[in-house]
Design a protein around this ligand. Structure first.
Ligand code: MG
Length: 270
């Protein structure tokens, strides 16, 4: 799940963004996150074949919650800030935070973004994918592919010595080079004992800014990429975020651990 970027200092204080501390995880803590990440990644992999036209977004949520609990873990999202479900399921122009519903049917040709968090012994993993349901338009598939690829463009900078804004800069460069736009209002984040820790990780911006990246940090890097403009609004249910122009949006996220060398992805499900 992505973090809402707090706009004012008082909002930042209220939401806990301002403790100015990026928590470095011990090997033991990373082990616990690794276990959590296996389940989150496994679920996202299973959803590739589970999601079919005609099912509802609630069917997806049931599958996610049942699988997390079967592994004796806790669905991180359930109750987070009052969110009522274990997965965010967002269709087409819905960017993030779609609330699962028995009334919301997934149709052939839709693109469906599913965001999942699992907590194991107090440690969180957070990841998301966008799925093509049956046959989708070439442009929709290109959006899904670009969103995933932009994550890996950003991942190149998830190494000691780079700065936080180098990640988002690479994501933006890649996505815009393919003709898409980058959501501004929601950002990636540190992850550990809390789902949302420091630092915020925007998916856009100038390079060379923000804290220096170091071994033992853990991030949820999560580009949200749009077909049209990046402007969004939140629906009356106070959760679901949609593009204002009604064009498609896709999401790709993994929990990433910074090492001495290549970053470790905890939620690939492989
Ligand atoms: Mg997240």
């Amino acid at each position: 799940m992505e973090a809402k970027l707090p706009k004012t200092y008082s909002q930042q204080l209220l939401t806990g963004w301002v403790n100015n501390m990026i928590i470095i995880k011990s090997d033991n803590e990373i082990n616990l996150m690794r276990e959590s990440g296996k389940v989150t990644g496994f679920i996202l992999k299973e959803l590739e074949t589970f999601i079919k036209p005609g099912m509802t977004t609630m069917d997806v949520d049931r599958f996610v919650e049942d699988t997390i609990r079967k592994h004796k873990m806790i669905p991180t999202f359930k109750g987070y800030g009052g969110f009522p479900a274990s997965a965010c399921v967002s269709i087409n122009e819905e960017v993030v935070h779609g609330i699962p519903s028995k009334k919301r049917v997934i149709n052939e040709g839709d693109i469906v973004s599913v965001d999942v968090g699992s907590t194991y012994k107090g440690y969180v993993s957070d990841a998301a994918r966008t799925y093509a349901v049956g046959k989708v338009s070439d442009e929709a598939q290109r959006l899904i592919d670009t969103t995933r690829e932009s994550f890996f463009a950003g991942l190149e900078f998830c190494k000691p010595g780079y700065r936080i804004s180098d990640i988002g800069h690479a994501i933006q460069q890649y996505a815009e080079s393919r003709g898409f736009s980058v959501i501004r209002d929601f950002v990636g984040h540190g992850v550990g004992q809390q789902m949302h820790e420091e630092p915020q990780i925007p998916n856009y911006g100038r390079p060379g800014r923000g804290p220096r990246i170091a071994k033992g940090m853990a991030f949820a890097v999560e580009p949200m990429i749009c077909q049209g403009g990046y402007q969004v609004e939140t629906l009356q249910n106070d959760w679901t975020v949609v593009t204002i122009d009604g064009k498609l949006s896709a999401h790709y996220e993994n929990t990433v651990v910074i090492t001495d060398g290549e970053p470790e992805l905890l939620t690939l499900g492989e």
